[in-house]
Design a protein around this ligand. Structure first.
Ligand code: G16
Length: 544
């Protein structure tokens, strides 16, 4: 193998965010930019010589080109084998599944998740370790340090390999297998859920669904599982072809970006279950006929009902949620006597808890739920969970959620995003807020008295790593909360996220619009942080 060592210079902006490095395509296409980051990954880990690397992405623009570059670098750095998804495709949860099943050293996933794709849009790259999950912070920080000091990277002279057919090839001395991206994942889903029962109901039309793959990676997975294996009618999966620019849409499964699905679910003859996933297949949105399930409620309902499904019939060990996620799941954990962990935003923080067997289910307000079957959040898994649950309970989505609220109370919840703010302005807003925290404690507002105000810090109970500065929490009497943090996944300016929640135990008050039920707290958030005055924005960009 003809290895080349290429001289390079550091870029100063390669610190991984909430989930890997996300930048505009044009940034990644600068000479050496991608290569520097990939070499920094390899230099941050040990023991991969001769080992297997899993490679794939969400199929967005630049996916294939980047894959060929990474294959040559992996060969030159001494990997023994690479497993690559057909056409360069692997959804994020499927990549996690393949890493675990084939005992790979780790994987590189090419995705900017729900961010738009195309030449003028976003690209991303992240490293997952041998447990199948996103690299922990100590690795992502080592990658960043390496990226600041890098002066050369290794590649090799080799031809590009054909990604469009399943089979074996070589890049230098490294074996490459182009694999079916759907097979291992489908087999895993069949172990967790009652396919026979779901098939009987879906193929007879007793249960119906509409899944929106948003022109992104889950199309092939949804077609195989929902239509081929479970017998749902062909039109049940919409926007099912992965496109390099996602057809010009935001592949983000929320009420704003899945408009057609929402219209169908709110129209006459709506299917029983509506769902959507994102660019790389790890997020999910769940809808019933005329009914929206918040991701936080979805997690809580899963925890309360898991024992009804085959894969979780033995019970669950514990649950975890990211700090800004509503406390609905905490109430389930309390009732069931389960351990419940509160982690910083980012799936990587669940990895140790899952590996140690401390939790079985976990989730985030940002449309992510998952379990110990892989080490990523998993969009289609969540859809199958709900389908299986509806099949077992024989009730509508709305009935399942309403009976949950009656039993556990309703955690009214909303997130207000202010996107593309000036970075310095957003950072100043947060810093000023942090400076005010001590004086806020004990203060009485119309919406309640502040009991605690802090900047969230997390000590990982498995390896004692401390992650601080993870978001400002204002905790009010009665469990109401306002949380402020800056997004770690945006590629333009800064995004301020404001998360607002309060518990309502009176069942006669469960049918309010959350924006109305939370109005007092929404006003208080603005009063405390002066968002409108400082940003000049009259309203949030996105409300979920
Ligand atoms: C990523 C992470 C999630 C996180 C989300 C939002 O999701 O994997 O853990 O909750 O970003 O992060 P932020 O609020 O910092 O933008 P995804 O689907 O983009 O990979």
């Amino acid at each position: 193998m003809n290895i080349t060592t290429v001289a390079t210079q550091p870029f100063t902006d390669q610190r991984p965010g909430t989930s890997g490095l996300r930048k505009k395509v044009e940034v990644f296409r600068q000479p050496h930019y991608l290569e520097n980051f990939v070499q920094s990954i390899f230099d941050a880990v040990d023991g991969y010589r001769g080992q297997t690397l899993v490679l794939g992405g969400d199929g967005r623009f630049y996916n294939r080109e980047a894959l060929q570059t990474i294959l040559k670098m992996a060969a030159a750095n001494g990997f023994g084998r690479a497993l690559v998804g057909l056409n360069g495709i692997l959804s994020t949860p499927a990549a996690s599944c393949v890493i675990r099943k084939h005992r790979a050293f780790g994987g590189i996933i090419l995705s900017a998740s729900h961010n738009p794709g195309g030449p003028a849009a976003d690209f991303g790259i992240k490293f997952n370790t041998g447990n199948g999950g996103p690299a922990a912070e100590k690795i992502t920080e080592a990658i960043y340090r390496n990226s600041l000091a890098i002066d050369e990277y290794r590649s090799c002279d080799a031809d590009d390999i054909a990604l469009d057919r399943i089979g074996s090839a070589r890049v230098g001395e490294m074996a490459v297998e182009v694999i079916d991206p759907v097979a291992d994942y489908t087999a895993l889903m069949e172990q967790l859920f009652d396919f026979e029962r779901m098939r009987a109901l879906l193929s007879s039309g007793e249960l119906s669904l509409c899944f929106d793959a948003m022109n992104a990676v889950t199309g092939p997975y949804a077609r195989e599982i929902l239509i081929e294996r479970l017998g749902a009618p062909a039109g049940s999966v919409i926007r099912d072809r992965p496109l390099a620019d996602f057809g010009g849409i935001h592949p983000d499964p929320n009420l704003a970006h899945a408009r057609d699905l929402v219209a169908r679910m709110n129209g006459p003859g709506a299917p029983d279950l509506g769902a959507a996933s994102d660019g790389d297949g790890d997020r999910n949105m769940i809808l019933g006929a005329n009914f929206y399930v918040t991701p936080s409620d979805s997690l809580a309902i899963m925890a309360a009902n898991a024992h009804l499904l085959p894969g979780y019939a033995a019970g669950i060990a514990g649950v975890a949620r990211s700090m800004p996620t509503s406390q609905a799941v905490d109430r389930v954990a309390d009732t069931l006597g389960l351990p419940c962990f509160e982690t910083p935003t980012g799936w990587k923080f669940f990895g140790n808890l899952l590996d140690a067997g401390k939790i079985t289910l976990c989730g985030e307000e940002s449309f992510g739920t998952g379990s110990d079957h892989v080490r990523e959040k998993d969009g289609l898994w969540a859809v199958l969970f709900w389908l299986n649950l509806l099949a077992v309970r024989g009730e509508s989505v709305a009935a399942v959620v309403r009976s949950h609220w009656r039993h556990f109370g309703r955690n009214y919840y909303t997130r207000h995003d202010y996107e593309a703010l000036d970075k310095t302005l957003a950072e100043t807003l947060m810093n000023d807020l942090k400076a005010r925290l001590p004086e806020l404690v004990g203060e009485r507002f119309a919406a309640g008295q502040v009991e605690q105000a802090d900047d969230f810090s997390y000590r990982d109970p498995v390896d004692d790593t401390v992650s601080s500065g993870q978001g400002v929490r204002i905790l009010l009497a009665g469990g109401a909360r306002i949380v402020f943090r800056l997004s770690g996944t945006g590629t333009e300016g800064a995004t301020l996220r404001v998360y607002i929640e309060r518990l309502e135990t009176d069942a006669t008050q469960h049918e309010q619009d959350p924006q109305i039920a939370l109005q007092g707290l929404i006003d208080l958030a603005d009063e405390i942080a002066a968002i409108r005055r400082r940003t000049g924005r009259a309203a949030p960009t996105v409300i979920t």
